[in-house]
Each structure stands twice: as C-alpha cells, then as structure tokens.
Design a protein. Structure first.
Length: 202
C-alpha cells in the first residue's frame, strides 16, 4: 500500500508539468520569455488558469517574473548553487527511498521496471525528450510515494538542475545508472541504492 495516493492532477498541475517537461527537454531554454496566451490556447483554458501555473513555477524558481518584462524561464544555476542543489536532491531522494522501501510492494517493482524499459528504448533511440520525461518520472515515483510536500520541494530543485539536461552526451550511461538504482531497490539494498543515486545525480 502506498504511503500517499496517486494525486489527481488539476489543470494548474497539468500546465506546470507541461512547462517543466518542455524546459528539461530543451524546448524552452534558459531566459526564454513565455506567454500566457500560448498555453491558454493549447489547453483551452483561461489566461487566469495559466497565470496560476506561472505563479506556482515562479515560487519554485523555475520561472522568473520581472516587472515590464513578463515571465521567462530561469537561468542555469551557477556552480555553487548547482552543487547545493545536487546535495539537497541526493539527501531528499535517499530519505524518500529509505522510507518508501518499508512499504514497497511488488506492484511498485513492476512500475519502476516498466519505466526502466521505457528509458532503455529512449536511450537507444537517443530521444532526449522521452529520456528526460522518463528520468523525471522514475525519480518522482519514489519521492511521491512518501509525500506530496516532498514532491513539490524535489520538483523545484530537480527541474532547476535539469535546465542544462540537453548537454547529455552518453545516453546509454544514463540507462545503466538508472538500472543500478532499480536493481538495488529490487534487492532492498539501501547501501547500494545510496551509491547508485549518488552516481546518477550529477
């Protein structure tokens, strides 16, 4: 039984996820302006709904609002900030996995192995969009199992880190790192999980 139920996504959440996905896939680049009307038209909603999503992402640090300049994608963190984000993300994910493993069931193993197979295919095809989506979904899975509050914190850290994800060079190495995490989880080997997580989150 999961620690928390799978959330039902509101329209704001769906818009937020769409923007996060486009940022980490490189479709929206750092400092790029974005318009409310673009997403309002895409989702068939009012600009107020999009504005709510922009506000949420601005609070997460993913978007930046500037008076007289509108909303733009945040810039890539500097090295000092990136190092801090990396440490925070590692600690948060290890904490969540450690807690969730106490309630982990066979269905959870099936889900992450299915995500791993999707990631493997995406890496073979060098499909960066699918790689980033699946990478995010896999890590989000074990964070979400513990707490939606942790998920919100994790998202704000992770997406900022992944703005520069398009620089990925060795696609199959990405798969191998996630394979090591999944294998460690399937064995309930927390020591191996910690090692694999640290090797993957850079």
């Amino acid at each position: 039984m999961p620690l928390v139920e799978e959330p039902i996504l509101t329209m704001r959440d769906q818009i937020c996820d769409a923007i996060r996905g486009e940022i980490i896939a490189g479709k929206l680049t750092q400092n790029q302006p974005i318009r409310e009307q673009t997403f309002a038209s895409r989702f068939g909603v009012s600009r107020n709904s999009v504005r709510d999503a922009f506000l949420q992402l601005s609070q997460e640090g993913i978007l930046v609002y500037s008076p007289n300049r509108g909303v733009r994608v945040s810039s890539v963190p500097n090295k000092q900030d990136s190092d801090l984000f990396r440490r925070l993300r590692i600690e948060l994910e290890i904490h969540c996995i450690e807690r969730s493993l106490k309630h982990w069931v066979d269905e959870d193993d099936r889900k992450i192995k299915q995500l791993l197979e999707t990631l493997k295919l995406a890496c073979k095809q060098k499909d960066l969009k699918k790689i980033t989506e699946t990478d995010l979904a896999m890590h989000r899975f074990w964070v979400r199992k513990v707490s939606v509050e942790f998920e919100s914190i994790w998202l704000s850290i992770t997406v900022r880190m992944m703005i520069a994800y398009s620089k990925l060079e060795d696609y199959m190495q990405c798969f191998k790192e996630h394979e090591a995490i999944v294998e460690a989880i399937s064995k309930r080997d927390l020591f191996a999980v910690k090692k694999a997580i640290k090797q993957n989150i850079k």
